[in-house]
Design a protein around this ligand. Structure first.
Ligand code: EPZ
Length: 438
């Protein structure tokens, strides 16, 4: 059964929708976090390496995942849905190594199809990735890795062509720390002849999750989560296994910041507190209340917040995917704060929208200076990427009056049921569809 039935209205992508938030309500209660989106969008393509049936659980029901499921269905994978957050993938009979251009170009993570198809079939043609727009998003390190494994890589007509007679283990030193390149080469090298060593690897939690998934299917990967990963190639990966995804680090962080911003008291459960350390430390520094347990974090307001300096970095540094959200929180804190965006070139476009709501932020290159505290007031604003959208939702929750957030489809890429989860915590947020561009 196709996971996604054509013609059926789905949240955020076939209709124009906005969030309407009546701000000023403190968030209170308990919240369960979904599975990690960025693990899901790597593990689903990685399942193409498996000749057999795999069951994947705790998959977030977000539009990026739905698009990927549609793409691999088109390629011949059989998807059987077991529930909203779990399904089986049978990749025994893949009929095409050229996933549909239009579908693929919508999604950044589609580059993982290259690693998976190269690893199993030794060739692939995959459209250059799309995804959230925050400037130049090169794939030269992916290309370098594939070439090291013995593949010929060409970019033409908007697509990446990879082809090899044989995938051979290699020693690869990445020029910069890249999540996608690390995962892609790990996936492709799983079925290489011999051993691959990736140096200067990224260490994000979902890299470990992808390695654990592949190992559960019979791969031999060691060192994921450190900056040297060793992959001894195996002849095949076998199905018959069930794998459950880790909780979403960025979704967790987004709700932690939302709780702090509203001065509420929220316990976020089903998480791995270790993954949150850079944020937890920053919130404590800002005078936000934190209580941690084995699989939960409670975040509560303690009164005035202090400004801080935030520098985004690869894991275990402060995640770039929480940068717009923490910047929103810093607008509410006393004093001057500084945010250095060290991962992406242009990830400050949302600032103009926050300033429309009363924030005082000046951006210069990769640095933003925030003059706080500001009293935010509701306004019509537009999200231009997933995390910027989440930041505007947080701003709307705090603002006096009504905030309307357009381009909800970006937020739907990575947050399952964001409005329902927030409503359960006491927020006044509605998803409203409209017929023409407002
Ligand atoms: C992943 O993107 C995430 N996406 C991003 O999250 C996240 O912002 C990013 O990692 C950094 O944590 C997915 O996992 C699907 P990178 P990715 O390769 O893999 C440079 C979200 O909101 N670079 O780690 O594409 C690049 O320009 C999304 O969920 C090269 O120079 O990021 C950037 O400066 C948005 N050459 C840095 O490395 C390359 O070949 C990190 O990029 C690849 C990357």
């Amino acid at each position: 059964m196709c996971y996604n039935q054509p013609g059926i209205k789905r949240k955020g992508d076939l209709v124009l929708e906005k969030f309407v938030i009546n701000g000023g309500k403190k968030l209170h209660g308990t919240l369960q976090i979904s599975g990690a989106k960025n693990a899901a969008v790597a593990i689903i393509p990685a399942a193409l390496l498996v000749e057999g049936v795999v069951t994947i659980e705790n998959v977030p029901d977000v539009s990026d995942v739905r698009i990927l499921i549609d793409i691999i269905s088109e390629m011949g994978a059989k998807i059987t849905r077991l529930g909203r957050n779990s399904f089986t993938i049978d990749s025994t009979e893949i009929k095409s190594c050229e996933p549909p251009y239009k579908m693929v170009s919508k999604l950044r993570a589609s580059y993982y199809l290259l690693g998976a198809l190269l690893g199993r079939f030794k060739h692939a043609v995959v459209a250059l990735p799309g995804g959230c727009d925050f400037g130049n998003r090169p794939i030269d390190q992916h290309e370098k890795g594939f070439r090291s494994l013995g593949a010929d890589v060409k970019i033409k007509k908007g697509a990446v062509y990879v082809k090899a007679n044989e995938i051979k283990g290699a020693h690869i030193y990445f020029d910069n720390v890249s999540v996608g390149s690390t995962i892609n080469i790990m996936i492709a090298a799983t079925r290489a002849k011999g051993t691959t060593v990736i140096e200067n690897a990224a260490k994000e939690p979902h890299i470990v999750d992808v390695a654990n998934f592949l190992n559960a299917m019979g791969a031999n990967i060691k060192g994921a989560g450190t900056d040297v990963i060793r992959i001894r190639g195996v002849d095949s990966l076998k199905g018959g296994h069930t794998y459950s995804l880790i909780p979403d680090q960025i979704e967790t962080g987004t709700y932690m910041i939302a709780a702090a911003a509203t001065g509420g008291d929220v316990t976020i459960t089903g998480i791995i507190p270790k993954h949150m350390e850079s944020l937890t430390a920053k919130l404590i520094e800002m005078n936000v209340g934190i209580e941690e347990g084995g699989d939960y974090i409670r975040v509560f307001g303690k009164g005035k917040m202090r400004g801080a300096t935030v520098k985004t970095q690869p894991y275990p540094g402060f995640p770039t995917d929480l940068q717009p959200q923490i910047a929103t929180l810093l607008c509410l804190a006393d004093g001057v704060s500084t945010v250095y965006e060290k991962v992406w070139d242009t990830r400050f476009q949302y600032i103009v929208e926050l300033n429309r709501m009363g924030a005082k932020i000046k951006a210069d290159g990769n640095t933003a200076i925030i003059d706080g505290p500001s009293t935010l007031s509701g306004a019509p604003v537009r999200s231009n990427d997933l995390r910027a959208g989440a930041a505007l939702v947080i701003a709307g929750l705090v603002a006096e009056g009504v905030t309307q957030i357009y381009n909800v489809r970006f937020i739907d890429r990575g947050y399952e049921d964001i409005e329902a989860k927030l409503r359960d915590l006491g927020a006044d947020i509605q998803r409203v569809s409209y017929d023409t561009e407002e």
